[in-house]
Design a protein around this ligand. Structure first.
Ligand SMILES: [Zn+2]
Ligand SMILES: [Zn+2]
Length: 346
């Protein structure tokens, strides 16, 4: 089969090449025919050498949906022929962490697909622990409709849950990229009444506002963020803040604009350490939560999409055939302000 293989010794680090078809290696495995996949910034991080756990010479890709073509002898829930979305986290569902819902720290899994084992930028993929790592796509949805369920939509929802939104809350989301946009959509469902979005990318801000995903936008390059925050919150600060940007000063911003006694959910990835100036914030009584996504709500999210309550189709700004995936990677790396996610059809 053809796969997009990452190898640090390749001239351009990635090549679309012939590889062996995947085989069932464990009775809990399933093999799927990949139908649609997407490129994630984490794929670029692997290529750039920023992911220490990534293995060399593997097929990239951890955002995809497909059709099950074979299952191992111990797979029960998932059947051959099922249309499935793939969880970016491979998890056993029976270890100490999985039993508590902390699947990101599964003792036998974690972010494996397209990182430590072959992923979904291929014609076929082997999915370990198929019964937990795959979710059936409802009949009324396409592979494309379900494409982001197992990664960025889950991440957005995870962020929204982190800040424990109460009905009527006035929250802020830093970062209007794909995860930020997904958390705007899911924060509404959880009861946020007012959503303010902060980003330096004016096009993304206006996109979010025009789509109705948020109520107010703040661009730190144009606006005084602290003044605007006072204006929008009766001088109190936001009832919850999601930090999904990972910029040089966005962590600092997150606790500055938060109301006393609120929760700050940090889902951003940083290139540098961040400082927590505890003496300055003494008495503000903040709660910080950090995290890589525990993507345990995939069925719930698929159900919400199926009922038309949410949709992530707006994220797809370009479409490619699998044979053109190298071109897609090139464009994704140098993507323009108004580009969000690409869909690759296999
Ligand atoms: Zn990802
Ligand atoms: Zn586990």
């Amino acid at each position: 089969m053809k796969a997009l293989v990452y190898n640090k010794d390749f001239k351009n680090k990635i090549e679309l090449k012939e590889t062996d078809d995947p085989k069932i290696l464990d009775p809990k495995d399933a093999i799927i025919k990949v139908e649609v996949s997407s490129i994630c910034t984490s794929d670029l991080h692997i290529i750039e050498g920023f992911v220490p756990r990534a293995k060399n010479n593997i097929a990239l890709g951890h955002e995809f949906s497909g059709t099950v073509i074979e299952t191992g002898s111990e797979v029960q829930k998932i059947k051959k022929g099922d249309r499935v979305s793939v969880n970016c986290i491979t998890f056993c569902n029976e270890c100490f962490f999985c039993k508590k819902g902390f699947i990101n720290n599964c003792e036998k899994g974690g972010w494996d697909l397209g990182c430590t084992i072959n992923g979904g930028h291929a014609e076929f993929a082997r999915i370990p622990y198929a019964d937990s790592s795959l979710n059936k796509i409802p009949d009324n949805l396409s592979f494309e409709n379900a494409l982001f369920v197992g990664d960025i939509l889950s991440s957005g929802y995870f962020a929204s849950k982190m800040i424990e939104i109460k009905k009527g809350d006035n929250i802020a989301i830093i970062g209007a990229g794909p995860v930020g946009l997904c958390s705007m959509v899911t924060s509404r469902i959880l009861g946020a009444k007012k959503i303010t979005v902060i980003d330096i990318n004016q096009k993304r801000l206006e996109f979010a506002l025009n789509k109705g995903f948020c109520d107010y936008i703040i661009n730190p390059l144009i606006d005084n963020v602290e003044e605007k925050t006072k204006e929008l919150t009766n001088k109190r600060g936001f009832d919850g803040v999601i930090e999904a940007a990972g910029g040089d000063n966005t962590f600092e911003l997150s606790y500055k604009i938060a109301r006393a006694n609120s929760i700050i959910g940090v889902v951003a990835m940083y290139e540098n350490n961040q400082i927590l100036p505890l003496p300055n914030m003494y008495g503000k009584n903040l709660t910080f939560k950090t995290g890589g996504v525990d993507a345990i709500y995939c069925d719930e999210l698929l159900n919400l999409i199926s009922k038309g309550i949410i949709s992530t189709d707006f994220l797809i700004t370009k479409k490619f055939k699998f044979n053109d995936i190298l071109e897609a990677y090139k464009l994704f790396k140098n993507k323009k302000d108004d580009d969000l996610k690409f869909a690759i059809y296999h």
